[in-house]
Every structure is written in structure tokens, then in C-alpha cells.
Design a protein around this ligand. Structure first.
Ligand SMILES: C[S@@+](CC[C@H](N)C(=O)[O-])C[C@H]1O[C@@H](n2cnc3c(N)ncnc32)[C@H](O)[C@@H]1O
Ligand SMILES: [Zn+2]
Length: 419
């Protein structure tokens, strides 16, 4: 690619070079048309994809990779398997001291030309990167065979569902020194959140339901799928940070080797039961040794409950990573990130999620079912405390509460606020 008289020339085609900056890193986007920014559509139709709304996804990746690299004794390799403009890989090189080499791939040749230009613009030495124009499945599944190496960190950030790339990632991730770090994004949220049930069964190998805590259910379905595929290769997973924000779910997990670990993953699989009549919900880990079917009648109102799963009922975050993330928020580089406030909020809301049942109550939905108003979440939490129940807000929903209280207690509490 060359920039000539304000035009970019890629493969004999001319593009308008749009200069963009993210977290102090400048890069160019090639644009075919000259529509004003406000009229441009973000999506597959762009010559090379860039979505500023995904900045939190990249900012958080920097923080998680920095935490991960502190736990490793060697310098690390990172594979950006779907790199688009290359901004993520370039930021990793500039903002993560533990990264020695990035492997940058995109199937789109225009993206690769753009990345070359952006690497040059950012004066990245040629020894720090390698470029590929391959299908990510092919790059990942043959990488070890071709090079005798594994990637320490793999990033999967496709349009829509990441499912078809996960088996290949499991074949090229390093499992030394506490495991490799897999970072995977899913943007097919209607599939994960129970709106497209058949697609979820087909892609994520499990069944969703429509609940008032669908973002948490979707995140747990995604982790279940990642664990299941890891388990096929006698690998197991340990989620370190999980987030559902904007229109995506992003999961960071360690991938390790060992059959005992595989068995411990399996013990974290389970199901949800949900009553659409009274909104009672429960979660139950799957007991493989029990052959008797449990009743699917609601213990509160007697109606038939619906069920979802298998899905991941284990921890969503690792406390060491969460504490480290919280610590990094004091760092001036992290404070300069565009999504700093959003990341801070995420940490505040997510850090206690593990301590509660694997679902939450949407307070507006509960109030709606009772045809009543509802107080602030702070007030509700004070009253729950008086009743002997701990509670926590959740990053999944600004109006959601995690608590050990039952649906009956929650409804009584809301009713008492009306009088
Ligand atoms: C959502 S964008 C990636 C955005 C980028 N990671 C970022 O943070 O800005 C998805 C990219 O995957 C590329 N792509 C789509 N299918 C692919 C495949 N099978 N193998 C490799 N790249 C692929 C597309 O060309 C596109 O650039
Ligand atoms: Zn019921």
C-alpha cells in the first residue's frame, strides 16, 4: 500500500486514507467512498473493518494480557487471527511489555496491506511480527505442524460466531507454565441469548431459554462450548475474565492439559430451570452418577418449568485477575484508555459475581410481573441485608441484582415497598 496525493493505492485500487487514533496509537483505514463519517455503516461492507465501539474489548485485552504475562517467566507470542486494521496487535506490541512477537492474520488481502502500512506508521521493527493471509482455521490448525511452535496467546475476534475456529485454536495453543491464554469474542448474541434456539444448539451444542438474565446465560453457554471443545483435546479451561457488553460477549480463559482438569470442568456443567409463570429460577450442576430424572414442576407454583443447558455453572472470573485488573486502573496508561470509565465500572460490578448463584433478578421485570413500581437497587439491597441476604449488582444488567433470596422473598420485598 502507498499513500500518494492523499490516496491509498492497494492492489491497483484507490482508497481514501482515514486517519484514526485509539489509545495513543495512530492508524489508517482505507475507505472506498467519501461519505461523511456520520453516514458510514460499521460492518462487513467496510473495505477493512474497524469498530470504535469495540474499544473496551481491546482495552480489556491489554489489561488481561498484562496480568497473564506477569505469571509467565518467558516473553510471549500472540496470534491475532482476525486482525482487520491490525490495531489490536499493534497495541499489544506497544502496551504489553511481556509480548515479544505478534502473528497477524486476516483472510482479506486488503486488510493485510493496510496492516503493513499501519505497522510501518507505528515503526514496529520487522522482527516483532509475522503476517499471514490465511483462513484462521487453517493457520491455527497447521501452525504447530508447520513451525514446531505453539502460540502463548490466541485471539479470535470474528464477525458473529467464533465456534468454528475454536477446535483449531485448541490445537495451536501453548499449555506450558500454567497454560495458554485464549481470548474469544462472540457477537452472535441473539443465538447465545435464546432468541435463535436452533442456531444455538447447532453452534454452541446446547439449548438456551428466554429468561430475564439472558446475558449471563449466554456467557455461560459460550464458556460451556469453549470447555467442551477443549475437553475433546484432553485440555481444560479456567475462565479468568468474562464480560458481556454492548453487542458482544468476550471470554478470556487459561487452557491447560490434563484429564483430572477435564473431569473438574465437567463437574462445572449444569442446567437452569426457569418458571415462566412465577419467575422462580434455579441452577443445578449435572450429576452424572444419578440416573433418575428430577421433576420439572415449579416448587413454588406447580407449573411446568423450562430448562436450559448444559452450560457452565463455575466461576466467571478469577479473583487474582480481577484484583490485578483493579490494581491496573491506577496506572496512568490505563487511565488514558478510551474505555477507562467503562472498565472501572465493569470491575466494580463484576468483582463479586462469583460469590452468588449463577443468575440474577431483573428488578424492572420482577416489578412488571407484579404490576408495581420499584425502589433503587441500593434500597433493595439494604432491605435484603435486613432479611439476612447478601446481594450484589452485576455487570450483566444495570438493573439486575444477584442474591441468595428466593423469588418469593424478592416479590414480597417489592410488594412491601408499595405500602
Ligand atoms: C470483527 S473483524 C476483526 C476486528 C479486529 N480484531 C479489531 O479488533 O479491530 C473480523 C475480521 O476477520 C476477518 N475474517 C473473516 N473470516 C476470516 C477467516 N476465516 N480467517 C481469517 N480472517 C477472517 C475479516 O476480514 C475481518 O477483518
Ligand atoms: Zn412457578
Amino acid at each position: 500500500m502507498c499513500i500518494n496525493s492523499n490516496k491509498l493505492k492497494i492492489r491497483n485500487e484507490e482508497y481514501n486514507p482515514i486517519e484514526v487514533e485509539e489509545a495513543g496509537v495512530k492508524f489508517f483505514l482505507p475507505e472506498k467512498d467519501s461519505k461523511p463519517e456520520s453516514e458510514k455503516k460499521i460492518g462487513k461492507s467496510m473495505s477493512v473493518f474497524y469498530n470504535p465501539r469495540m474499544t473496551i474489548n481491546r482495552d480489556l485485552t491489554i489489561c488481561v494480557v498484562n496480568t497473564y504475562s506477569k505469571q509467565r517467566t518467558t516473553k510471549l507470542s500472540y496470534c491475532d487471527s482476525m486482525a482487520a486494521t491490525g490495531i489490536r496487535a499493534i497495541r499489544l506490541l506497544k502496551q504489553c511489555p511481556g509480548i515479544e512477537k505478534v502473528h497477524i492474520n486476516d483472510l482479506n488481502p486488503i486488510a493485510i496491506e493496510t496492516i503493513k502500512n499501519n505497522l510501518e506508521l507505528n515503526e514496529v521493527p520487522s522482527g516483532q511480527y509475522k503476517l499471514y493471509t490465511k483462513d484462521a482455521k487453517s493457520l491455527l490448525s497447521h501452525f504447530h505442524e508447520d513451525t514446531d511452535e505453539y502460540f502463548d496467546i490466541i485471539d479470535i475476534d470474528p464477525f458473529g460466531s467464533p465456534c468454528q475456529y475454536i477446535p483449531a485454536a485448541m490445537q495451536s495453543i501453548s499449555v506450558s507454565e500454567g497454560g495458554g491464554l485464549l481470548c474469544a469474542t462472540a457477537t452472535d448474541t441473539p443465538v447465545l441469548f435464546g432468541i435463535k434456539k436452533e442456531a444455538c444448539i447447532r453452534k454452541y451444542l446446547t439449548s438456551p431459554i428466554r429468561t430475564d438474565f439472558l446475558k449471563e446465560m449466554g456467557t455461560r453457554i459460550f464458556i460451556y462450548y469453549l470447555a467442551k471443545i477443549a475437553n475433546l483435546f484432553e485440555l481444560y479451561i479456567k475462565p479468568v475474565i468474562s464480560i458481556s457488553a454492548n453487542h458482544f460477549v468476550r471470554v478470556f480463559l487459561l487452557v491447560r492439559k490434563g484429564i483430572l482438569g477435564v473431569n473438574s470442568n465437567i463437574r462445572e456443567f449444569g442446567t437452569y430451570q426457569y418458571c415462566r409463570n412465577c419467575l422462580h429460577r434455579s441452577a443445578e450442576k449435572f450429576e452424572y452418577s444419578k440416573s433418575t430424572m428430577k421433576s420439572n414442576l415449579c416448587p413454588i407454583c406447580g407449573e411446568t418449568m423450562i430448562s436450559s443447558g448444559l452450560l457452565w455453572l463455575g466461576d466467571l472470573h478469577n479473583s487474582e485477575y480481577m484484583t490485578n485488573l483493579e490494581g491496573q486502573l491506577a496506572d496512568s496508561l490505563i487511565q488514558s484508555f478510551p474505555s477507562y470509565i467503562q472498565m472501572k465500572k465493569f470491575v466494580e460490578l463484576a468483582k463479586n459475581e462469583n460469590k452468588f448463584p449463577p443468575y440474577f433478578y431483573s428488578i424492572p421485570k420482577l416489578a412488571d410481573s407484579l404490576n408495581c413500581t420499584y425502589p433503587s437497587l441500593g434500597k433493595l439491597r439494604e432491605h435484603l441485608k435486613e432479611l439476612g441476604h447478601n446481594s450484589s449488582r452485576t455487570h450483566f444488567d444495570p438493573q439486575g441484582l444477584k442474591t441468595t433470596a428466593s423469588i418469593v422473598e424478592m416479590k414480597n420485598l417489592l410488594k412491601n415497598f408499595q405500602s
